[in-house]
Design a protein around this ligand. Structure first.
Ligand SMILES: *Cc1c(COP(=O)(O)O)cnc(C)c1O
Length: 347
């Protein structure tokens, strides 16, 4: 793999005391091109601009997918990535749905690991900080015909991040807009899913919420996801979460949390959850906790649900399950405890 190093670094422009989320991209990128039916070996080069025209396919038809994962500074000073094979599998699952050619495992893993090595000084070491990794593939032919592209670019950019939300969030139970439909692309990390969600999120934010709690597209009767997080409820000491389907993105955080919680002997139910059941459980007090689960925020406790113009509070308990899970997962990710699941991939 050819590596071209940048002559100057932008590292000194980063305020590591006040890391937001998703700005301040690192010095280098990984990039590979697909042409004539195959991927090239890829290169690492300084962060820069595309040399492509306005006919760029992905901009017109949204044939693009992405991943989101993190590299963590370890307690012993090393660096490790959390379950990267899962993200590799998922970018190809998303790609299959979007007619994007499969990315070879070596290309994905070597590109990712080598890029982190080159920009290792960008991996932050503050509390709950990490280097966010964004692999993505987009259609890079230049034409305006509505058919699958015959050229693609696979890229990886990274940026140091802090926490997405700190503290508990209020979510609006969505009754108008839809994120995903049966037979659609909701289970894929397809670019357009996010563009299509911004209006609903903006309206929810204007109404004082942090996020939308998506419901099914037919009746808005079943809860699905909280923004770009999977959602879990603790009802009478049981962890209840919507079962996976083609309208729900199979989160790696969700999978990891269900694994841990089952090991602790806590019952897990993956099943349909109606809005009525959710609201009734809040009112009766059976709902002990609710939280979102995802790479960006890890765990986001939910302390209120907006529904038909009113807000139903559900106080967040600091010493509850969300906190216990977050601590356990963070201990594994930052190498503070033994990684008994083999989840951490050291650089
Ligand atoms: C990425 C994402 C998640 C969370 O997946 P993780 O692998 O846990 O980061 C959940 N829902 C949606 C819609 C997502 O895009």
């Amino acid at each position: 793999m050819k590596i071209t190093r940048s002559k100057t670094s932008r590292l000194d422009q980063v305020d590591f005391e006040n890391l937001g989320f998703g700005a301040g991209l690192s010095d280098h990128v990984f990039r590979a091109e697909y042409k004539d039916g195959q991927w090239d070996d890829g290169v690492i080069e300084p962060y820069g601009h595309l040399r492509q025209g306005l006919g760029l396919h992905a901009l017109h038809y949204g044939q693009a997918v992405f991943e989101g994962q993190k590299a963590y500074k370890q307690a012993d000073g090393g660096i490790a990535v959390f379950r990267p094979e899962r993200n590799f599998d998922r970018i190809n699952l998303s790609g299959e749905r979007m007619c994007i050619p499969t990315i070879p495992k070596d290309l994905f893993m070597n590109g990712l690991m080598e890029l982190i090595r080159v920009d290792r000084d960008w991996v932050p070491s503050g509390k709950n900080q990490a280097l966010y990794l964004r692999p993505f593939t987009f259609a890079s032919a230049e034409w305006v015909i509505a058919k699958a592209s015959d050229q693609y670019t696979f890229g990886i950019v990274t940026c140091p991040v802090g926490e997405l939300y700190s503290g508990a969030i209020k979510v609006k139970i969505e009754q108008e807009f839809t994120r995903a439909t049966q037979g659609g692309v909701g289970f894929a990390k397809a670019a357009g899913n996010y563009g299509g969600s911004f209006l609903a999120t903006r309206k929810a934010v204007e109404e004082g919420f942090s996020q939308v709690l998506w419901t099914d597209h037919k009746e808005h009767k079943f809860i699905e996801e909280a923004g770009t997080m999977n959602v879990a409820l603790i009802i009478n000491d049981v962890l209840v979460t919507p079962k996976l389907s083609d309208t729900i993105l199979a989160g790696i955080t969700r999978d990891s949390i269900l694994t841990l919680v089952r090991e602790w002997g806590i019952e897990v139910q993956e099943r349909d959850i109606t809005v009525d059941e959710l609201l009734d459980s809040v009112k009766s007090g059976d709902l002990q906790e609710a939280f979102g689960m995802g790479t960006a925020a890890v765990i986001s406790p939910i302390n209120g649900f907006g529904y038909q113009g009113t807000v139903i509070d559900c106080p967040f308990k600091e010493d509850g399950m969300a906190t216990r899970i977050k601590t356990a997962l963070s201990d594994i990710r930052y190498g503070r405890v033994e990684d008994s699941h083999g989840w951490m991939h050291r650089i």
